[in-house]
Design a protein around this ligand. Structure first.
Ligand SMILES: C[S@@+](CC[C@H](N)C(=O)[O-])C[C@H]1O[C@@H](n2cnc3c(N)ncnc32)[C@H](O)[C@@H]1O
Length: 204
């Protein structure tokens, strides 16, 4: 592993360094199977936001299927990398901070992968509150979440795992869980601890 100077995953420089040195062990190089299935089975396209998008492979899938998709990342190096990876779809990627970004139109979906678990646990309440603010009642949060229930699970990250019980507790006031299953095509860094989940924004 390269010797990085920035140790704070809440800062843009932390992620810039990793993209610049091509140290991205979370990067799948493509779209995970469960999300492909979700898009294939969706009754209609959803206006979608992808926060902390990294290389944003999902953008090409969604744009080709006619979905209105915006992917954001606050790291200039990540945005540059995503635009290079996406070619003609690169214009869907914006440099923006999730905590400040205001979507151009109401969202039907926020897609999550390796963003929640990338940020320090101290920001968890803020992330969930922001998801709740961005999604109207009935809209969906769908994606991949990284769990570890072991009492001695390391708080070191990223990625930072969360206990299932703590996660349920965090989410239940704004969201209801409507789908939850294991993931078979995880990257090694998440293997055995990653689940696909869909949450629906409650009306109050
Ligand atoms: C572990 S990477 C995951 C990238 C991508 N979601 C994936 O699945 O490959 C986490 C990403 O979140 C971005 N990020 C962290 N905090 C952010 C924030 N407040 N606003 C926007 N992006 C952020 C980082 O720059 C980084 O690209």
């Amino acid at each position: 592993m390269p010797d990085f100077t920035n140790k704070d995953p809440a800062s843009t420089q932390f992620w810039d360094e990793r993209f610049e040195q091509a140290f991205t062990p979370w990067d799948k190089g493509g779209v995970p199977q469960a999300f492909k299935e979700f898009v294939r089975q969706a009754p209609a396209p959803l206006t979608t936001l992808i926060p902390g998008c990294g290389n944003a492979y999902e953008v090409a899938l969604l744009a080709r299927a006619g979905w209105d998709v915006t992917a954001i990342d606050f790291s200039p190096a990540a945005v540059q990398s995503a635009r290079a990876a996406l070619g003609e779809w690169g214009g869907h990627v914006l440099e923006a901070d999730f905590f400040r970004f205001i979507p151009a139109s109401p969202l039907g979906l926020i897609y999550e992968r390796a963003f929640f678990c990338a940020l320090p646990p101290t920001l968890r309440n803020d992330i969930v509150a922001r998801w709740a603010e961005l999604l109207p009642a009935g809209a969906l949060l769908a994606g991949f979440f990284f769990f570890d229930d072991a009492p001695d699970a390391s708080p070191k990250g990223p990625p930072f795992s969360i206990r299932r019980q703590d996660w349920q507790h965090l989410m239940m006031s704004h969201f209801e869980l409507i789908e939850d299953h294991e993931v078979r095509d995880s990257m090694p860094v998440f293997a055995g601890k990653e689940r696909w989940q869909i949450w629906r924004r409650r009306s109050s």
